[in-house]
Design a protein around this ligand. Structure first.
Ligand code: GDP
Length: 530
């Protein structure tokens, strides 16, 4: 199976994260341009259309101009087959980002050079650091006045707790942006803002020792560059591939996505510094991507991507072997049931298309009749196994759901259960009660709006949400515990998840401590397992 190896070795699968407006869409478009997926960046018909076509499928996204869901794109470049996983740019959807990162082998973090690490996005970036995968930083918009470069790097190190290693270094910014200095090659790539829509921007490269450099960038920039290089070589972390692989050191690049400057250099370095898919952990040990058995796990479920079809797509990351359309696989968490994955599709550039085959590293979306849950394993292996699960994030906001039209009970239960299966919300019941008392938990408050909106628009059910003051949730670990006998603080509420597991919610951390004190032997966990 030399072909299988060859195909998998050329795969690179990464997630791209940023604060809204930092330039993620623009950068992605330029990547696609190099891949020849589209000829001119301009031909994606302006950003607005392109975005709506690709990822902003929900009205709420358009209204608020935020991206709520993520999508996947694939393109070829320089012998590589690259999968980009887009992530929502809003912190309220950091859970979704985390799940997407579970499917990625590395991450690219886009930062606006004039803004630095933005408050709202801190959480997203932290989630990224938690995954311990290589993180690359692209500091964008250098054609606008940017913050001091040392300050920018400092901020990333302090805010995110990850060391940085600039691979190149900017010369000026804004109107005074002259280009970037490649620290390894000791050359300056001069900035030109002439070829916005094409990939053949004229690239002028000068060695740092070249006599004409001073004239090109001006004396002030020249002096500053020499000074900064010296400082940098003495102060910054040395490049260490091992630390990059573990996600402890982030290679940093500077550029301007809009004017297509520094994008290809970034892409080239990125491809050199990353690996093809690595083995993944499962309950049966590590699974080798080159294994002939096909295996994948579900990391995202998205409903009603196309309103006309009311479809539901389960996104899977292939972890080993080759997928061929129509193949029979075992759905491990579905009681080892044999199923055929129907309508396998992939996003190529901006289109969805049915695919015939895919390899480890690729993401496929398959039609889901309602059988999949996040974290499920699918495989052709004779001996079924499960990939390591995806942890459930602890919700930080809770609300009681009141359904306004009781005649629509069935639609309501169906809608809310399906949305919960997608992982956007978590639903609970008041302890000892049935589905008549539903409490929803979300990580970000915006998810309440999405829930309300979707129930109305997709299921035709109106609800009212009554916010609860609780912010802390704990899973009860003790197997043999009498929940009725538990005594806590007055704000403590006993709830259960849909599987009947008991949980507690609290208004503050102090109550958590008090409850632990009052109930000897009680064990509480901060994370749930899927
Ligand atoms: P996203 O929300 O992170 O996907 O950001 P977009 O790619 O949509 O970019 C947000 C805005 O910034 C758009 O108006 C872009 O044209 C603009 N933009 C993106 N990259 C650059 C850049 O390098 N320089 C400048 N000046 N503007 C940029």
């Amino acid at each position: 199976m030399a072909d299988l190896r060859k195909e998998i070795e050329k795969r690179r699968t990464f997630a791209i994260i940023s604060h809204p407006d930092a330039g993620k869409t623009t950068l992605t478009e330029k990547f696609l341009l190099y891949g020849g997926a589209i000829n001119l960046a301009g031909s994606v018909k302006g950003k607005a259309t392109a975005r709506h076509a690709v990822s902003d499928w929900m009205e709420i996204e358009k209204e608020r101009g935020i991206s709520v869901t993520s999508s996947v794109l694939q393109f070829n470049y320089d012998g590589y087959c690259i999968n980009i996983l887009d992530t929502p740019g809003h912190q309220d959807f950091s859970e979704d980002t985390y799940r997407t990162l579970m499917a990625a082998d590395s991450a690219v973090m886009v930062i606006d050079g004039s803004k630095g690490v933005e408050a709202q996005t801190r959480k997203l970036f932290k989630v990224c650091v938690m995954r311990h995968i290589p993180i690359f930083t692209f500091i964008n918009k250098m054609d606008r006045d940017a913050n001091d470069t040392f300050d920018l790097l400092d901020e990333i190190e302090k805010e995110l707790g990850i060391a940085t290693c600039p691979i190149n270094w900017p010369i000026g910014s804004g109107k005074n942006f002259k280009g970037v200095y490649d620290r390894n090659k000791k050359e300056v790539m001069l900035y030109s803002d002439t070829q916005k829509g094409t990939k053949e921007g004229e690239e002028k490269i000068l060695s740092i020792d070249d006599d004409s450099l001073l004239a090109e960038i001006g004396e002030e920039n020249y002096e500053k560059l020499l000074e900064e290089i010296e400082l940098l070589d003495g102060a910054s972390a040395e490049f260490d591939m091992d630390l990059v692989s573990k996600g402890e050191l982030s290679p940093v690049f500077f550029g301007s996505a809009l004017t297509n400057f520094g994008v290809e250099t970034f892409l080239k370095h990125f491809l050199q510094m990353t690996y093809s898919p690595l083995p993944r952990r499962s309950n049966e040990g590590e699974k080798d991507p080159f294994d002939e058995d096909f295996s994948a796990f579900v990391f995202k479920i998205q409903a009603n991507m196309n309103k006309n079809h009311r479809d539901r797509i389960a996104f899977m990351r292939i972890c080993s072997g080759k997928f061929t359309a129509g193949m029979e696989v075992t759905h491990v968490q579905g009681g080892n049931k044999k199923i055929k994955l129907s309508q396998p599709q992939q996003m190529m550039a901006q289109e969805r298309k049915i695919i015939e085959e895919a390899y480890a590293g690729d993401i496929i979306g398959v039609f889901d009749p309602g059988i999949f849950s996040i974290g499920d394993t699918i495989t052709t292996a004779a001996k079924p196994f499960e990939f390591e699960g995806i942890p459930t994030f602890a919700p930080e906001h809770f609300a009681r759901v009141r359904q306004l039209d009781t005649m629509k009970r069935k639609q309501f239960v169906k809608g809310i259960t399906q949305i919960a299966q997608e992982g956007a919300i978590q639903i609970f019941q008041e302890y000892g009660m049935g589905m008549e008392e539903i409490i929803v938990g979300v990580v970000g408050v915006l998810q309440f709006d999405v829930l309300k909106y979707r129930l109305e628009n997709e299921y035709n059910v109106e609800i009212r949400l009554e916010n609860l003051p609780h912010e802390y949730i704990r899973w009860i670990e003790n197997k043999d515990i009498d929940i009725d006998k538990l005594t806590g603080t007055s704000d403590m509420k006993k709830i259960q998840d849909l599987k009947g597991n008991p949980l507690l919610i609290f208004v503050n951390e102090w109550s958590v401590g008090m409850t632990l004190d009052r109930n000897e032997g009680l064990e509480l966990a901060e994370f749930g397992k899927n």
